[in-house]
Design a protein around this ligand. Structure first.
Ligand SMILES: NC(=O)c1ccc[n+]([C@@H]2O[C@H](COP(=O)([O-])OP(=O)(O)OC[C@H]3O[C@@H](n4cnc5c(N)ncnc54)[C@H](OP(=O)(O)O)[C@@H]3O)[C@@H](O)[C@H]2O)c1
Length: 240
């Protein structure tokens, strides 16, 4: 039930994630006051000063082609935003420059699960410990449902980047599968003649992603700049 104290939330992208976020939003003190899906928001045209009047924060889960325009329009209006859309990070710098110029706020992550944020740190630590152990080779693999549009997943690319940032400079063999209804498994492995190390994260449902996005929406209100989910979880020193 709407209350005076609840913050006003806009949802951009009203698909599987948008609907789940709406369902959980009262638990995080939000009233959903606006929903924009493809028909109402071609080229971001639904994101106007009028429609966002009184909105405290927006959560964006749409499509790789539409997210950058949506995020730049939100930044122009100085509406703090959270985006979980994957497959658009080649345009992050463009989005960042608008967010910074307008002194708006943005949290982005290809994966809003707390478990994956911890998994990424464990991956970086393993990569750092094995970076000079040339007897080990490494792989990175993921599987998702067959509707997922991007492959490899943004999360897997983020994990591989963490390995490289940790100083692992040898080849990393990257693979993906798309089948059925799978909510997402990511695996990082190191193999040598002596043994194998396997690190695996398995998502059980989409709920963890939705909760992470809602937690980030609470956090970004009143902040400026571009931030990652790791900063929300681990503090400003948790940049990725
Ligand atoms: N970061 C994370 O933790 C996480 C977790 C799950 C999913 N994701 C990512 O989040 C994105 C959405 O996932 P999903 O499972 O919710 O997908 P989905 O069910 O396909 O929903 C996407 C929605 O965006 C709508 N859309 C298309 N163009 C739009 C526009 N210009 N403005 C607003 N909405 C628009 C689509 O409408 P139409 O169907 O009418 O085109 C659809 O309803 C994907 O990139 C996915 O990889 C990230």
């Amino acid at each position: 039930m709407p209350t005076d104290t609840n913050k006003k939330l806009a949802l951009i992208g009203y698909g599987k994630m948008g609907r789940l976020i709406e369902q959980l939003s009262p638990q995080f003190g939000f009233d959903v006051v606006l929903r924009l899906d493809a028909p109402e928001n071609e080229h971001g045209e639904g994101i106007t000063a009028g429609s966002f009047n009184g909105v405290d924060v927006a959560i964006e889960f749409s499509m790789p082609e539409t997210a950058p325009v949506n995020l730049m329009r939100l930044a122009e209006l100085r509406v703090p935003a959270v985006t979980g859309t994957t497959g658009w990070l080649n345009r992050l710098d463009e989005v960042r420059s608008v967010v910074e110029k307008r002194q708006s706020g943005l949290v982005w992550s290809p994966n809003f699960s707390t478990g994956v944020a911890v998994f990424r740190r464990l991956t970086a630590l393993a990569a750092e410990l094995l970076r000079d152990e040339t007897s080990y080779g490494a792989w990175a693999w993921e599987i998702h449902h067959d509707q997922k549009k991007d492959a490899p997943s943004g999360t897997l690319l983020h994990l591989v980047e963490a390995m490289k940032d940790a100083g692992y400079a040898r080849a990393i063999d990257v693979g993906s599968n798309r089948a059925g209804m799978h909510p997402g498994t990511h695996e990082i492995g190191f193999d040598s003649a002596a043994d194998t190390i396997t690190l695996r994260h398995t998502a059980r449902s989409r709920e963890g992603f939705a909760r992470g996005a809602l937690k980030s929406a609470q956090w970004i209100i009143g902040r400026t700049g571009v931030h990652t989910f790791e900063e929300v979880l681990f503090g400003e020193g948790g940049k990725s």
